[in-house]
Design a protein around this ligand. Sequence first.
Ligand code: GRF
Length: 188
Amino acid sequence: MKKRVAIFASGEGSNFEKIADNKDLKDKIKIEILVCDNKDAPVIQKAEIRNIPTYVFSSKDFDSKEDYEREILKKVHNLDYIFLAGYMRIISPYFLENYKNTIINIHPSLLPKYKGKNAIEKAYNANEKEIGVSIHYVNEEVDGGDIIAQKSIEVSQSDTLEYVTEKIHKIEHELYPYVILKLIKEEL
Ligand code: GRF
């Protein structure tokens, strides 16, 4: 039986794409829905061309986070996993209660270092010699849940921020589908 999953994203959707197109995952997961909080996000089209249903909302149309999260919960049912891939909103304890230990996020730093936005830039500007990517469970703390997997690269003096950023994204694109597969096979 395929695992029923949702992907939450707000932007480009390059990680979404890698998960959706991964050959090993094809017969293991069904992406039931893409949830997106930004109507201009390129990820929406990436879902549409793959015939993946979308729920696109604007937080401005709701009085509170709980209100829009309640709507999301109406759209998704009995999911095995929710994968956050560049989703720029904090998941509330109310939502977490409904999906305990099944929400997973990818973050472009070696957590617990550089939580939050612009993590690659922060690590680069701090002259870190080793930077990387983390995949972790989502809890109430931003980028704070238990770490599932990490991968790092070395940064040399001559590397530009652009080059490092590109390398980090490449790692993300390999690591996320790999970790999802491992989780589903219960090997992690
Ligand atoms: C990635 O760097 C991810 O780690 C971070 O947001 C970015 C999303 O990129 N959380 P994309 O939308 O998947 O291209």
